[in-house]
Design a protein around this ligand. Structure first.
Ligand code: CO
Length: 424
């Protein structure tokens, strides 16, 4: 039922205020489903028919299922999405005191967000801290699970231009208020308390702001959902569900979720890194497949790069291509770009449509207007490390990169079904 899938998605997102939490949420789901965690710094023992996953930096994850021994050369079936979303990162020494009355926090932008919707709403802080225990560095998740911060707007009386297009200055306009003067020197105490450590133990941190507003199903017939981080946790969640549904005995099945898509993917755990290549080649060597076996397998492989797409906007219908016009609740969007910002070509489009037909799932098409550059995603970047037939798809949404995005209530279920068919 599509409403169940939508509500489960909203629960998944609520548990995942940052990329680190998204990976932890997936890790828990995978362990519950019998998957075994492998570590990159240990030797791997893997067997045919086994189910495994690997995390890198606690912010990217690759889960995989090994086929039976007769099918080791049937190639890799991969769905890739991303764990990160635009937000504000807490800087070092974040507290700024204003006129001995206010304590605000120094933050910087992570990714290309819409700034305006971050104002005048309760925010909080989540991420990870690093401590040292018995000579080892340990990463601990932290979420200060209460309304803690706000970025107050300047009153219209003091900024008459506020409604005629305003250019936000990241160092001036976008710093969140944390408390009055009594909050001075308490921020990391709050963080430590939420992580159940002493403040002095915190050696490092990767902390982000997040919107406190919970996900919602709404509209005249409850046809819409809204939440933070639909881009791209909607695809990450739906592809994980499909991955777990599939029986995956005839080929290698992989569920990949990469961090840092919003800042260009060029990190050790991003889609531009060797993460996927490293995992595929280690799987092959653990199963005593040769390097030629790996290349033969790649040539038989297929990747679905799943990252959300722009639906036609009710107030800006002219912003979409005149013909290829995705709408909410009308199915999975296949994304095309002549300059190959999206990997889809005639072959991969045909293969993906075939999957949709078999799954009885509607699909639609997206291209940017020919006079607009549009965005990019992770498929073409990942192909520079591991080259294989790839299609770029996504679920239709509005307000991409707002801290509260909107999508269709039915589309999550469509991607679960298509992913299930892909991994069948
Ligand atoms: Co995205």
């Amino acid at each position: 039922m599509y409403l169940d899938a939508a509500k489960e998605l909203l629960e998944f997102i609520e548990k995942s205020p940052t990329c680190f939490h998204a990976v932890e949420t997936m890790r828990n789901i995978l362990i519950k489903n019998g998957f075994i965690e492998l570590y990159e710094n240990e030797k791997w023992q893997i067997i045919c028919g086994g189910n495994y996953f690997v995390c890198r930096n606690d912010s990217s994850l690759i889960a995989f299922s090994v086929p039976d021994s007769k099918h080791l050369l049937n190639g890799f079936r991969i769905i890739a999405s991303h764990s990160d979303s635009p937000s504000f990162k807490i800087k070092e020494n974040p507290e700024i005191i204003v006129e001995n009355k206010y304590t605000k926090l120094n933050v910087e932008r992570y990714g290309g967000m819409l700034c305006a919707p971050w104002f005048d709403r309760p925010l909080s802080v989540a991420g990870r801290i690093i401590i040292k225990k018995n000579g080892n560095f340990q990463s601990k998740l932290v979420n200060i699970d209460r309304d803690l911060l706000m970025i107050p707007n300047l009153a219209i009386h003091m900024n008459r231009d506020a409604n005629s297009g305003y250019s936000y200055n990241a160092q001036k306009d976008l710093l969140p208020l944390y408390g009055d003067i009594s909050a001075k020197d308490t921020f990391f105490h709050q963080v430590a308390k939420a992580a159940c450590v002493e403040e002095t133990e915190i050696l490092g941190h990767d902390l982000f702001l997040y919107n406190r507003q919970k996900g919602s199903v709404w509209g005249a017939s409850n046809e819409f959902i809204s939440s933070g981080r639909l881009d791209d946790l909607q695809c990450a969640y739906a592809s994980l569900r499909g991955f777990l549904n599939g029986n995956k005995t005839d080929y290698f099945a992989l569920h990949c979720v990469f961090d840092n898509e919003e800042v260009g993917s060029q990190t050790k755990q991003g889609a531009a890194s060797t993460f996927l290549y490293d995992i595929l080649t280690r799987i092959c060597s653990a199963l005593e497949m040769t390097s030629e076996d790996y290349l033969i397998s790649l040539a038989k492989s297929f990747m679905i790069s799943a990252d959300n797409a722009h639906a036609v906007h009710p107030n800006y219908a002219e912003k979409t291509d005149p013909v290829n016009r995705p709408y909410l609740n009308e199915g999975i969007v296949i994304k095309y770009n002549a300059n190959q910002k999206y990997c889809t070509d005639g072959i991969s489009a045909a293969m993906f449509k075939d999957i949709c037909h078999a799954a009885d799932v509607p699909y639609q098409t997206f291209t940017n207007r020919s006079d607009m550059p549009g965005g990019s995603t992770l498929g073409n970047i990942s192909n520079t490390q591991v080259a294989l037939n790839t299609v770029d798809i996504g679920l239709p949404q509005l307000a991409m990169h707002s801290p509260y995005e909107t999508a269709g209530v039915k589309d999550t279920e469509y991607l679960v079904k298509a992913a299930t068919e892909f991994f069948r």
